[in-house]
Design a protein around this ligand. Structure first.
Ligand SMILES: *Cc1c(COP(=O)(O)O)cnc(C)c1O
Length: 394
């Protein structure tokens, strides 16, 4: 069944104000998500924050169930954290690395992840190896196989990068990881909510994601998946009275399951609303969302490619809803400013967000336009017209 666009837009108040092509930054929240946050804040103001948390316990637990349905895992394998970066960090900084160990990653690495690798690289004297892309621009499975030796302790892959249309072959990487028994950490920050992400099919041990992007949840929410049989591979890098229990003067016990990666204080309204956002997405259907996002991405890319003053920079055998481009005669931030005046939201993507890829492809600062299922063909038409008139007008 295809998505009822009119309904989707009617349930998205922001659609009345802006043409929103910044879904890879923060997508517009649908009405049920906004209601979920507001009503919990209201409850907190009426009866107190702790009391509201207790009253909303079933809803709060519902968020774990929603994520478990989304990813096809168990609710005990989920930790709610403040964003995708901290989720990813819990795993990366929790790995018992030793001098000489190797981490394999790919060209599409997100800046914060690679910064952590550099950080750990010097602290623990570990090696970071970047597996090159294949001819399509996705991580080369052949080169990944070749890069594996006894020193490899982790494969860390970005599923959908911040700066190009690419969808990396996460399932194929999972097969290699499993074959060699190497832990596999997937950054699914831009993929959850955009395309179906099933941790059983992918075979990752760990996965990190955020709430505000394609899932259309609130800002300041994120989650981590840790496969139950992989929990003991990690030493949580930080501890508090929620992640562990102080059992005797000199001893403590970690919480069972992935909750040991959480901390006590959390964004309760946000976490409840994240569950609402996920259930809302699942009602549309992950396959249905992906079909439409992919088609809109293709359309936008094809229409932009017709403008002679402009270059589309997307790569990959399979591409999603993130479209990046730059113009020969105008700076990307000028294009962004022009579009903003017309209430069209995009961001610019600078090389340091994904430096490995930007340097390998000699990318300038680009404009990133990211579509979601609630966007329309008509919006794409208006957007392309606006870009064309700006570039042609010089
Ligand atoms: C946005 C992004 C992140 C970081 O997510 P936060 O929620 O901001 O921490 C990580 N990886 C990729 C690929 C991203 O695009």
């Amino acid at each position: 069944m295809s998505i009822d666009i009119n309904k989707a837009r009617a349930e998205t108040p922001g659609c009345a104000n802006v043409l929103h092509f910044n879904n890879a930054g923060a997508a517009l929240m649908p009405a049920p998500v906004i209601d979920a946050i507001q009503s919990h804040i209201q409850l907190e103001s009426e009866i107190g924050g702790y009391e509201a948390r207790a009253a909303a316990d079933e809803k709060y637990r519902g968020t774990y169930e929603a994520i478990a349905r989304l990813l096809n895992c168990d609710a005990s394998e989920i930790a709610l954290v403040e964003n995708a970066t901290r989720a990813w960090d819990q795993v990366f900084y929790g790995m018992p690395f030793q001098e000489g160990d190797t981490v394999l990653t790919a060209q599409a690495s997100y800046a914060s992840n690679y910064l952590a690798m550099l950080h750990m690289g010097t602290r623990k004297r570990i090696n970071i190896k970047v597996v090159p892309n294949d001819e399509h621009g996705q991580v080369s499975i052949e080169r990944l196989e070749e890069a594996i030796d006894d020193s490899v302790r982790l494969i860390a892959l970005t599923h959908v990068p911040t700066n190009s249309g690419l969808v990396n072959p996460a399932v194929e990487v999972g097969k290699v990881a499993r074959k060699h028994g190497i832990p596999y950490l997937l950054d699914a920050c831009q993929s959850v909510g955009q395309l179906p992400v099933d941790v059983q099919t992918i075979g990752c041990n760990f996965l990190s994601a955020t709430g505000r992007k394609y899932l259309r949840g609130p800002r300041g929410t994120g989650f981590l998946y840790v496969r139950l049989d992989s929990i003991e591979l990690l030493h949580p890098p930080v501890i508090d009275l929620h992640s562990a229990t102080w059992t005797s003067r000199d001893e403590y016990e970690w919480q069972p399951g992935a909750r040991r990666f959480e901390n006590w204080e959390s964004n309760v309204a946000g976490n409840i609303a994240l569950g609402t956002a996920i259930n809302y997405a699942l009602e549309w259907g992950a396959d249905e969302i992906w079909d439409r996002v992919r088609a809109l991405g293709e359309l936008l890319r094809a229409e932009l490619a017709k403008i002679p003053e402009l270059t589309v920079h997307d790569i990959g055998k399979e591409k999603g809803g993130i479209v990046t481009f730059s113009a020969q005669n105008k700076a990307s931030n000028e294009i962004k400013t022009w579009l903003a005046a017309l209430k069209m939201n995009v961001v610019t993507s600078t090389p340091e967000y994904a430096r490995l890829d930007a340097e390998a492809r000699n990318l300038p600062e680009t404009v990133r336009a990211s579509v979601h299922y609630y966007n329309t063909e008509e919006e794409i038409g208006r957007f392309v017209f606006a870009v064309r008139s700006f570039l042609g007008g010089s």
